[in-house]
Design a protein around this ligand. Sequence first.
Ligand code: ASN
Length: 302
Amino acid sequence: MVVNSDKKLESVLHIKSEIMRAAGEYLREQGFVEILPVILSPVTDPLHHETYAGTVDYYGRPYTLTKSMILHKQIALRTVPRIFAFSPNVRMEPEARAPLRRYLAEFVQLDLEVRDASRDEIMAIGEGLFVAVVRAVLVTCADELTTLGRVLTVPEIPFARIPYQNATEQYGEHYDDQLSSSLFAPAWLIDFPRAVREFYDREDPTRPGVLLDMDLIYPEGYGEALSGGEREHTLPRILRRLKQDGIPPERFSAYLRFVKEGLPASAGFGIGIERLTRYICGLDHIMEARLFAKVPGAVDAL
Ligand code: ASN
């Protein structure tokens, strides 16, 4: 047997395990039920940005690997009012994104959704979750943080809220990195325009074209942590949004069957576990945050 005595990697894996444990514990305390993830389905998140489709021949039909569980989360809420899943996602991003150091073709997001919740309520859950995870790591992984040379602080709640329009006015179209580098604590980016997000994020009835959604941005240049928002859940509004995005409704017929029967109103988000691990451990590259990491474009990964 060959023992791999990589203290840094071992510390990261300990911390990552604690992050998942503490996150699950916090959500259970908040009344959430953990469900198991979906890997294969006729539908997945269309994603606004370009990714190559992971398609599998499923008894002669094209099924897709999950890019996010958003559509399944909405359907699961018909049965249980608060759910979460550690959900593996496959997003084969263009190779050009590799230098950003925060993309993996295979990653896990902690995806959660709450029936009848508002964006404010779901942001409060996000803040509570983040603080609970940082506190737990500080208490149980002090030695590992020392090995990594990482100094972590518990941020104050509530986090700052920055409207998307302000961020782009200040930093331009590629605001992410500059905004993140300018922050000393996590901050919310809110109110994305309809044109830059997916059809399922709810349009504000009082501000057409503006969505009731949000991202969480890490400080110190670590970039985007999570995306989420309130959801569209009625058939006419979903059909209109698909049309505006130029997506043929037939592509989502398996999902639309459930929409026709009725979906609950909801809000939720998904937070990337490797990105959270990268931030908490202070890692230069996301590939250091998981075993068997697959960086966009690199085809020799295990
Ligand atoms: N999981 C995210 C959400 O709940 C969607 C995503 O990852 N694109 O909104």
